[in-house]
Design a protein around this ligand. Structure first.
Ligand code: AMP
Length: 374
């Protein structure tokens, strides 16, 4: 066990790092953030911000020497950096888990090897792969293997003929082609697993997206118990196969014809778990800290129905934000990430809307949005 009061390190200093740093403060932990971005949101909360490229070994060595244990707040961190941290300190989750999650080809192949269902997909590395990739069901999506998130690096393919030009447009980078699934729902399972192999689950979040970006997470999710049970089993199977320590988010599709399909995973707290900040006994960030330090895992019990609503940069760009409007409901709890520049689709903050039922929370969302839920 690493005692509260120790210094922890976070690779990446975005909003997830910021919220972990805030949780760490309550444990009297100092936080060192490693992020090449001088404006990284977590730096405002951290004791120390090491602002250096992830590849710079002297900076990494100082980081490892100064902290008791390290975790990640994003998956796009070079493999060599992860390995270095694992060798010179304690890194949780392990480098292999992060490396799988940062590459769609590795991730989808890993799911398939575990025997878990995904949307039909084909791997595209060289032009010779094009023919096979045209035989999966269309319409399909072309997704770059790396650096794609929030719908970036993705193109919709109405027919097999669209594949070659679309791949050209994405620079012929390694990619997957994935059949479009008619969706009944999307949801995520968030779990925390400790070094003894014990795992706890958060209540499942039903996720609604707008243009490929998470818009709302609704808890409790309206999903049959059998689907929820199966999703939890698959998520645990993934965590165990990876010998995972930390918070793991696994995203699922529930298709119109009732199939459960894995979408992707994140080796860290997840946007769809932000509801836990207010609606659960312990938040996903508390749990990330507890698993990192080998403290006993906390209770994940849901205290209130909740809807998490993402605040995107569009709101800032489309005119002055009327905070009086957004905050007038006494059950709305705001989180702003302190990002200096608003961009379309950029996550600037979120609201947790607590209510007596999910329906009541959704009614508040509709009110805030002038009649529509989203
Ligand atoms: P991803 O970055 O792969 O999670 O994709 C972002 C969002 O696009 C997902 O949350 C879905 O809403 C949608 N999406 C991605 N892949 C598929 C698919 N195969 N079928 C239907 N919708 C998809």
């Amino acid at each position: 066990m690493i005692a509260p009061g120790s210094t922890i390190g976070i690779l990446g200093g975005g909003q997830l790092g910021m919220m972990l740093a805030l949780a760490a403060r309550r444990f009297d932990c100092a936080v060192w953030v490693y992020d090449p971005d001088p404006d990284a949101p977590a730096a405002a909360i951290a004791e120390r911000h090491i602002c250096a490229p992830f590849e710079q070994e002297t900076a990494l060595a100082a980081f490892c020497a100064g902290v008791a244990a390290i975790t990640v707040e994003r998956e796009q961190i070079p493999r060599a950096t992860l390995e270095f941290c694992a060798q010179h300190s304690i890194l949780r989750p392990n480098p292999g888990s992060v490396a799988i999650a940062q590459d769609r080809i590795r991730e989808k192949t890993f799911f398939r090897e575990l025997g878990l269902a995904t949307a039909e997909f084909a791997v595209l590395r060289t032009p010779a792969d094009l023919a096979a990739a045209q035989t999966i069901p269309y319409p399909a999506l072309l997704k770059t293997a790396q650096d794609g998130y929030d719908g970036k690096g993705q193109l919709r393919l109405p027919s097999p003929e669209a594949l070659a030009p679309a791949w050209q447009e994405l620079g012929q980078r390694p990619a997957i082609v994935e059949a479009m699934v008619p969706l009944q729902q999307e949801f995520s399972v968030i779990l925390a697993r400790n070094s003894a192999g014990l795992a706890v689950f958060y209540p499942l979040a039903e996720n609604r997206h707008r243009q490929g970006i998470l818009d709302l997470s609704i808890v409790p999710a309206a999903l049959p118990d059998a689907v929820q049970d199966q999703a939890r089993r698959w998520a645990l199977q993934i965590a165990e196969a990876l010998d995972y320590i930390g918070v793991l988010a696994v995203e699922f599709f529930h298709s119109v014809d009732g199939r459960l399909l894995l979408n992707e995973m994140a080796p860290r707290p997840h946007n769809s778990g932000h509801f836990s900040l207010d609606a659960c006994v312990h938040s996903q960030f508390d749990q990330q800290l507890r698993s990192l330090l080998d403290l006993p895992l906390g209770d994940t019990r849901l205290l209130s129905p909740v809807v998490m609503l993402n605040l995107l940069g569009d709101l800032w760009l489309d005119g002055a934000l009327d905070w009086g409007h957004w905050l007038r409901h006494p059950q709305v709890k705001p989180y702003l990430y302190g990002k200096k520049e608003a961009r379309r689709g950029r996550k600037m903050g979120h609201l947790n809307i607590l209510a007596a039922s999910r329906e009541a929370a959704l009614r508040t969302v509709a009110e805030l949005r002038g009649g529509e839920v989203g």
